[in-house]
Every structure is written in C-alpha cells, then in structure tokens.
Write a protein that binds this ligand. Structure first.
Ligand code: ZN
Ligand code: ZN
Length: 465
C-alpha cells in the first residue's frame, strides 16, 4: 500500500491524503487551509495528476470542517470520475458550508480585501454536489477502483468530533491476505454536551492513520470536562455579574452548538441569570438547524435537546448596533474559533479587550499563530500587554479577562495513545498536527509500543506500507 500527504505536514491546515492499494486510489479528506486563500489553501492535487499510475477512484470526507472539506469542489473538478463518500449529516452540512465558502471568496474580491480569484462559485458547488454519496454508520460498502483485482470495502464509524464525523475502516486483499487500515479523521473520545464520544470497531488493524491535534497540549489530559465546565460557568458568572460581556469564539460547526448546550445548562442551574441575552450569528445558526433536524438520525446524548431551544438573538449586523448591545452584559457565541481576521469574533474582541470588566474565553483548539492564541499569550504576560488582533486596528492593550478552557472536540493525547492500544496496529502514520505534537506522539508510541512502526511523513514523502 502507498501513502502520501497532499496537504500540510508541519501544522494543522489542509487535510488530504492519497492512499493506493490493489490499484485503487483513494483520497482521504479534501480539506483546505482556513487561513490561506486561492491555490495556496489547497492540497497539492497535481502531485497525483503527475503520476499516471496514481488513479483517484474514491474520495472519503470524514467531516464538514473546512480543513477536511473545503477543497472538495476542486477535487471533484480535477477527478470528475471519482466517487465521493460521507455521512448523510456531513452531506447536509456540505450543502450549507461549500456555497457559503464560494460566497465568502467572491465577497472578499468585491470588497477589495483580496486580489486572489475565487477558486469556485456557487454553480460549481451545485454541479459537484450531486455525486456525493451518503452511507450510514457501520454499514460496509464497496470501495473497489476501476482496476481493482479484488474487492475493497469501507465502513464508517462514529468519530465523536462534530455532527456527521466519521472514522473509516478499509479492508483489501494483498498477497493473498486481508489487510486493513483505519483513518481517524478528527476524533473525540469523550462525550461532549450534545454528541457522544467515538465508537470504534473492536478489531485489530494493520495500519492506523492517526490525527495528532492535541499531541502538544499537556494540559488537556490533566483536566476533566466536568471541572472545565464548572470553571467556565463560574468565570462567565463573574464577568456578567460585574457588568461585563462574555465573548466565546467558537467554530460555526461543533463548538458553537456544544457551547450553547452548556449555556443552557448554566441557566437551568441558575449559575447564569436566565435573562442574560445570548447572541449567535451567521452560518452557525444554519448549522444549528441541521443539528436539530438530524437529532433522531445521528448519535446524541439526549435527542430531545434542540440547539434552537436555547433562547438566542441574532447578532446585529451594524457596528453601531453591536456597540449599543455591548453596553449591557451579554454572551456572544460567534465564529471564528481562532478569531481569524475579518471574522465576527475578531471584530467583537477588538471592542472588548481594552476594558477589564469583559471576558474572552477560548473554548476550542487555537493554532499557535492564530489571533486567539496571540491574545491568550499577551494576557498571560500581564494586564495591559499589547496584542495586534487585526493590522487595521493596530496594537491594543489587553485588560479584559482572557482564559482558555479545554472543551475541544478532539481526544487528548493520552486518549490518542489509547487508540494505538485499541487497534494494535503494526504501523501508525501520524498526521494532522503541529510538528511538536507529532513528535510527542511518535516518542510515546515508540516507548509504549516498541513493536509498532511509527511514521511521521514530511511533505512529499511517499510511504510503502
Ligand atoms: Zn475537525
Ligand atoms: Zn481537522
């Protein structure tokens, strides 16, 4: 079997891997880097195109986060005969997220905030969406390529990360024996507030392709969800009771809905006053609607819970109306989670950070170089330390409360190591993590499982497994 990564290998960006077995070629994920634009944001599909003996028969999309899905229209255009597989929930989310991505690319050109041409428009998205095939969890389907000599099969398992997320088990024949691989995509081992933790097949696999997002986070493994839940509730109550507002930068898919479920819990327990207004915005609301519509058909901890059952207002569009709103204590759960420039959370943060009564609480993963991580770092160095959230605004002193809470939809690094115990693979390929995250993972897997071969593929490495 052949493996190579077409996206980022040194950080968390575009997730896209090419694997080939028995002359069947499969792309695992079709992600784009959320912080880059145009061709630069895409995985290097040309590396596959340049090899006439590297067919692409199938594409498997593990979930609808941009770093796993965002390049799909380009992948579908480049490999029009490839069949694209995902869960039904991911398909519904893709129908929201990909057109939104097309609109955002066009709007940036119209506003003059970029000179980079849009990669695709809404018509491209519409045209390619008809070939996406949805499969139920734990229901084996055929994954053979045109030139396969034996049957290849795939089976989806719930990855516990966000609505619709899957890990995939692929089985094939090689040299007269059955071989298997499991690709985790992004994985969450523990119950969140809305969705339950991952459910994996009880079987040994030959090759485990493992995400490493939290591999460099020593704190995540030392806290429990319950203790973080209490700490966040108390921190929010403290800020609100002194007349401040709370900004929770969230991913529009996943963390956003989960945090609303938590706010609901705080209000029901009277930790937070029921009358404190909660504001949400943009695409997160459309995604919440999909969470609600799919609640009987996808894994849930409580299928009666509805995200829109939590009272919430739509964030006003104009800056003056937003400023008016911020005069009274409120909770804002808005994207993006890493507070990238030109997003709502970035804009609101610039209004809040200089006033010590407010709080900005990070509740998801923040990449090292992201504005969210820079803000947390500045505040940790002492009150009044300056940060640049957006070059248009320049340096601002950070006086508000800033804190980080471990609610990530990702397994912590001990749980990731637990997957190696679970699957007992001969080979582990570490992907989707910063270099130091993968280094920690590799060192620990080698220590606890000296019998396992660990690969940390660099850019353009082609592994024969
Ligand atoms: Zn994800
Ligand atoms: Zn990811």
């Amino acid at each position: 079997m052949l493996f190579t990564t077409l996206g980022e290998t040194e950080e968390i960006g575009a997730s896209c891997h090419y694997v080939q077995m028995d002359r069947t070629g499969i792309l695992l994920d079709a992600g784009a880097d959320p912080e880059k634009e145009g061709q630069e944001s895409l995985p290097d599909l040309q590396r596959v195109v340049r090899h006439p003996d590297w067919p692409v028969d199938h594409v498997i999309v593990t979930h609808a986060h941009h770093d796993h899905l965002g390049a799909l229209p380009m992948v579908a255009r480049q490999f029009p005969h490839a069949r694209v597989h995902m869960t039904s929930a991911t398909r519904q989310l893709a129908d929201i997220l990909l057109p939104a991505s097309a609109r955002l690319q066009r709007r940036r050109v119209e506003e003059g905030s970029t000179a980079v041409d849009p990669l695709f428009d809404e018509d491209d998205v519409e045209a390619s969406s008809y070939v996406y095939q949805a499969h139920p969890l734990e229901d084996e389907f055929d994954l053979s390529g045109l030139k396969a000599t034996f049957d290849l099969t795939a089976e989806f398992f719930d990855a516990g990360h966000v609505l619709g997320s899957l890990g995939v088990l692929i089985r094939w024949e090689e040299n007269n024996r059955t071989r298997s691989l499991f690709y985790t995509g992004d994985t969450g081992g523990q119950n969140q507030t809305i969705i339950p933790g991952a459910v994996y097949p009880d079987e040994k696999v030959d090759i485990l392709i493992l995400e490493s997002t939290l591999g460099a986070d020593p704190v995540a493994e030392t806290v429990t969800r319950r203790s973080e839940e209490n700490r966040l509730g108390e921190s929010m109550a403290r800020v609100l009771s002194r007349g401040g507002s709370v900004l929770l930068p969230v991913f529009a898919l996943g963390r956003g809905q989960e945090i609303l479920a938590l706010i609901d819990r705080y209000k029901k327990r009277s930790l937070i006053d029921e009358d404190i207004p909660v504001y949400t915005a943009g695409m997160m609301r459309a995604i919440s609607d999909t969470y609600d519509k799919t609640r009987f058909a996808t894994p849930r901890l409580n299928e009666d819970f509805q995200v829109f059952g939590v009272p919430q207002g739509r964030l006003p569009r104009s800056q003056s109306a937003t400023n008016e709103m911020l005069k009274k204590p409120c909770i804002l759960a808005v994207g993006s989670g890493m507070m990238f420039e030109r997003t709502i959370s970035n804009r609101i943060a610039m209004e809040l950070v200089e006033d010590e009564k407010h709080g900005v609480f990070l509740v998801g993963f923040a990449r090292e170089d992201s504005p969210a991580a820079r803000l947390a770092e500045a505040r940790a160095q002492g009150i009044g330390t300056e940060v640049v959230l957006s070059p248009s605004r320049g340096a601002q002193p950070v006086r508000c409360e800033v804190d980080r809470f471990r609610f990530s939809g990702h397994s912590n690094r001990r749980e990731l190591l637990g997957l190696v115990d679970h699957f007992q693979p001969e080979t582990v390929v570490l992907v989707h993590g910063e270099a130091k995250a993968k280094a920690w993972m590799a060192e620990n897997i080698r220590f606890f499982h000296p019998e396992v071969t660990v690969h940390v593929p660099g850019p353009k490495d082609v592994l024969e497994l």
